[in-house]
Design a protein around this ligand. Sequence first.
Ligand code: FMN
Length: 368
Amino acid sequence: MSQSHHSNNPIKFAYWVPNVSGGLLVSKIEQRTGWDIDYNRKLAQIAERSGFDYALTQIRFTAGYGAEYQHESVSFTHALLAATQKLRVIAAILPGPWHPAVAAKQIATIDHLTAGRIAVNIVSGWFKTEFTAIGEPWLEHDERYRRSEEFIRALKGIWTQDDFSFFGDFYRFHHFTLKPKPLQQPHPEIFQGGSSRAARDMAARVSDWYFTNGNTLEGIKAQVDDIRAKAAKEGHAVKIGVNAFVIARDTEAEARAVLNEIIEKADTEAVNAFGHEVKQAGKASPEGEGNWAKSTFEDLVQYNDGFKTNLIGTPEQIAERIVALKAVGVDLILTGFLHFQEEVDYFGQRVLPLVRELEARQVDKVAA
Ligand SMILES: Cc1cc2nc3c(=O)[nH]c(=O)nc-3n(C[C@H](O)[C@H](O)[C@H](O)COP(=O)(O)O)c2cc1C
């Protein structure tokens, strides 16, 4: 499918906010990354200066795959917005623990406090033990998505209408008017995370953005084509963000050596425990097509399959692969790094300018 309406927009960049401890790797390799607020404020400022558009927070209520400490996503998002000027920060929100009225109100207020730079990522959950720990019922895979879709419809309704009424299986509203409405019009952007058929169907109906785990170019293209075809039928437009763990080094050999060390030092017990938990997520979807359905041990060492996207090599190789992802319809790359502050800076200096050059050449080619 041609994505001509997208190809002239510069591809966007986001990074994972390390608001949970232990970095993004389930490995004992040194990760010079902090989960505290001081480290994260500085990281957000570096990212903003380096040309990143978005930062994505994570929501976790209990430990899993390590991640022993976890700061809450909405309050952390607010702190990062307060420390920056342009960066957009995406707050992860989990239906179940959050009620849509609470989320809508919190986010509307933060939108006013931060000149309209907040967004949300509605996630559907994969971690049964976590839900059990906080006394939340654990729904089946597709039921979780049915709830998330009602959650998003409720958010949009509350944010855009007065006298909002909604009668769903999970949520009900009677003539509810939120004041103030958010600053951003029509409303703050709504991202969602997940890759199963249920996730894609939901994206095609209600989400502004679909976030997916790392994957091969072919794996990404198949998802993009599916979603865009379904969205077209719904008269809906959805943008696509793809996760990638970036290892950019001056030589390919150096980058590969880092990957090898990450895998060699993998925390086998934690990776296997995580592999067991995620059977509740992707593999539990009726079609078995969700995140992690086909992940190997090595893939799981980066818990969102970030190695698969293969942004591992020299700045030139990485820039070319990013432009190839854009060519199959990807709008945003969600990045993760081993040593966040240092590597976000390197990415901004060495990789991003090459991406912009390649994009400019492609626009020239189209115009010629
Ligand atoms: C980019 C991205 C971010 C996510 N962030 C979170 C999160 O912060 N908390 C969480 O519990 N799950 C998070 N998830 C997991 C999703 O909620 C979902 O459970 C998982 O992707 C499996 O969905 P699937 O079966 O549709 O593939 C995230 C997923 C993606 C792709």
